[in-house]
Design a protein around this ligand. Structure first.
Ligand code: NDP
Length: 295
């Protein structure tokens, strides 16, 4: 008898997109500014191309203008840096996003460092991450996926303050900033990673679990404290002969087992995924407003 409440990221994201769309209209009517997002895609990875296309479509749906640069896999780092530098100086562009991963011959650090922090809508610039980690400092932008996780907790009325939170995974783009954000929200945070011994003993103490690992169904029902809230960031393909594509997507958390124990859980797909793009749009509009001191 599944009892967990389903945290419906798809419908929350839709609501947020409507809010953003109204803000974009207001900004345009008041001061004639259209927010702009530049996306830099290098190489021909199919998954990256899909993400970029979805971001573009989402931009258009709320009235954000998108600029796209598509470079071949053998482009040089200098070329990428040149485009970033142009976008840094382009007043119609308020956000710059470099789709990761970059081809292996490029230095990701050099490229992410080149995005000016006022346009770093992914929040990956070390200065933004550093500010996120420091008490009393404010980043210009917070990374989209972890921001979406916290937004889901807020919109579902989940108390974070004083709660025990466990983040599984410590990547620069999801796990680490998710842990920093939870700490800023006054949770007591523990991070579990691939070298953690007996992770299930740690996760069983959590009131809130954010999982960003990339291992299908790793978090079993027995890892979860009754009544915990689960945010599952993982997007993992598993073979499924009954699906037309031959695979389907599952999270890091064994959904059927977790549903019987948790108080609330995000589905995969339809949980965190749609929130990531909604937060990107939100960051882009905030950036345009900040550029013109518009509230
Ligand atoms: P990374 O591969 O960069 O990081 C995975 C993290 O999980 C690492 O910190 C790693 O530990 C840890 N880990 C790996 N195996 C285990 C294990 N057996 N036990 C405990 N920890 C483990 O992945 P990302 O953070 O980029 O992505 C994680 C997942 O989230 C993926 O499925 C990805 O597809 C999905 N994702 C979803 C997004 C969305 O919009 N919903 C956006 C971004 C990612 P260590 O540091 O020790 O190596």
């Amino acid at each position: 008898e599944p009892s967990a409440k389903v945290i419906d990221g798809k419908s929350v994201a839709k609501q947020i997109r409507e809010e953003i769309s109204a803000e974009v209209t207001k900004l345009k009517e008041a001061i004639g500014v259209v927010p702009g997002l530049a996306v830099v895609l290098v190489g021909d990875r199919k998954d990256s191309a899909t993400y970029v296309r979805n971001k573009k479509i989402a931009c258009e749906s709320v009235g954000i203008k998108s600029f796209e640069v598509n470079l071949p896999n053998d482009a040089s780092e200098q070329e990428v840096l040149k485009y970033i530098s142009d976008f840094n100086g382009e007043p119609l562009v308020h956000g710059i996003l470099v789709q990761l991963p970059l081809p292996s011959h490029m230095n990701e650090q050099n490229i992410l460092n080149a995005v000016m922090i006022e346009k770093d809508v992914d929040g990956f610039h070390p200065l933004n991450i550093g500010r996120l980690a420091m008490r009393g400092r404010e980043p210009m932008f917070v990374p989209c996926t972890p921001k979406g996780c916290i937004e889901l907790l807020h919109r579902y009325g989940v108390d974070i303050k004083g709660k025990r939170a466990v983040v599984i995974g410590r990547s620069n783009i999801v796990g680490m900033p998710a842990a920093l954000l939870l700490q800023r929200e006054d949770a007591t945070v523990t991070i579990v990673h691939s070298r953690t011994k007996n992770p299930e003993e740690i996760t069983r103490q959590a009131d809130i679990i954010i999982s960003a690992v990339g291992q299908p169904n790793m978090v079993r029902g027995s890892w979860i404290k009754p009544g915990a809230v689960i945010i599952d960031v993982g997007i993992n393909p598993v073979e499924d002969a009954s699906s037309p594509r031959g695979y389907r997507l599952v999270g890091d958390v064994c959904y059927d087992e977790a549903c019987k124990i948790a108080a609330a859980i995000t589905p995969v797909p339809g949980g965190v995924g749609p929130m990531t793009i909604a937060m990107l749009l939100s960051n882009t509009v905030s950036s345009a407003k900040r550029a013109y001191n518009f509230n």
